[in-house]
Design a protein around this ligand. Sequence first.
Ligand SMILES: CC(C)(COP(=O)(O)OP(=O)(O)OC[C@H]1O[C@@H](n2cnc3c(N)ncnc32)[C@H](O)[C@@H]1OP(=O)(O)O)[C@@H](O)C(=O)NCCC(=O)NCCS
Length: 185
Amino acid sequence: MIRRVGGNSRIAVLALEGPSPGLKDSYRSLVREFTDRGEPLVPFPLSFANENFEAFLAQLAGCAQGIGIPPGFVPHSTFWLVEGDEVVGVSNLRHRLTDALRVEGGHIGYGIRPTARGRGLGREILRLTLAEARRRGIASVLLTCAKANAASAAVIAANGGRLASEEFVASRGEVLQRWWIGEEA
Ligand SMILES: CC(C)(COP(=O)(O)OP(=O)(O)OC[C@H]1O[C@@H](n2cnc3c(N)ncnc32)[C@H](O)[C@@H]1OP(=O)(O)O)[C@@H](O)C(=O)NCCC(=O)NCCS
């Protein structure tokens, strides 16, 4: 897929792909950028051990089938946003909601490589992951986002998000927003 990304004239080949062994070094450098900056690992599969990359990929494949996931978790799929031969973002689609995900987490989490931010890639990774959700028959997508995370709120709004509620979540010590995209839930 060829798309113009961001407000400048840069043309980039962007695709949302399943995790693959060929991009191991790029994926690892993305995770390193998060950890070097002390950023939370979002989406959460960024925290999965990947020293044994084959085992890591097998773990992600299992998660999508509901295999090897902790009690209370639902099957979830992980995608990589690939620009050229670099992993520039990671998203995670929960296949259905739980009471816990309704409070925090929602259907989709995403993160963009810190050095690739501000070029419209956040908007793109959500747009492409929403297409994956639709493909799986998820008509209404819930996203949760810290009120203080202005960049993420802008990404959600740009993808047609409707702000449904804001609530202080004690376990996080901050206000979380709940956004819906798609049919009214
Ligand atoms: C949130 C995140 C994905 C945004 O990625 P990005 O590639 O920088 O986003 P984009 O370039 O698509 O920018 C989208 C919008 O956010 C705005 N934005 C970007 N950084 C911003 C900031 N620091 N403060 C306010 N707005 C910001 C942009 O101006 C743009 O708004 P516009 O469409 O009105 O022009 C990225 O910051 C990230 O990975 N954060 C850490 C993980 C995270 O918070 N994930 C979301 C959890 S809910």
